[in-house]
Ligand binder design. Sequence first.
Ligand code: ATP
Length: 219
Amino acid sequence: MADPGIALFGGSFNPIHHGHLIIARAVAERLGVSRMVLVPSALPPHKRASELASAMDRLEMARLAVADEVGLDVSDVEVYREGPSYTFLTVEHYRRLLGPDVPLYWVIGGDTLPELHTWYRISELVEQCRIVTAVRPGYEELDLSPLGRVLSAGQIDRLREGILPTPLIDISATQIRRRIGEGRSIRYLVPEAVREYIESRGLYRELPAAAGAKSRPTH
Ligand code: ATP
């Protein structure tokens, strides 16, 4: 039987939340992959520590979130790699491990798809793996024309075909950090073990003035 392949789901996971996890499982089921691997990014040098928890904390929260969940794993490959967390390097690493024929997917949310032209070596990346997109509330109408600057029409068509009808989950890490900064509960937005970890480590209590600012690591 042919190998169903694996899916990689990268992000800052600052913190990981139920939006990520519901999407991860829905995409894994839809693609029929044997493994879905969450890949927390390293700490981008320009991020303030109060806005972005350390890579070790984000890695640990991701591990806590998927503990006991068969088929969902966490990779520390970006956390321990020197330099920016380029997706291209992570996919290259997995492609080398898997060989050329095993299906390899990279999962993103709908807000990320129109920004792909800014990613490092994106036109090679879309050939190394299949990028699939989970829909996200507020990002239903996507203008993919900027992608034409670096990708061919065929490559953009494939990205469009990779948009999957996943559940629409209106949860973001920005919203969670803001709630913590305001002293409000984040129960039900993140797994209980993650909530306890955030509380015990005192994460996100002091946000910078622009608390609503989205944190975007380098891809
Ligand atoms: P922030 O609010 O800090 O920007 P985030 O909630 O978008 O964080 P990230 O860790 O940046 O979380 O997201 C990693 C990937 O998961 C991105 O491709 C993002 O588009 C996707 N994603 C995150 N939350 C959702 C969601 N609720 N629905 C669909 N995709 C999501």
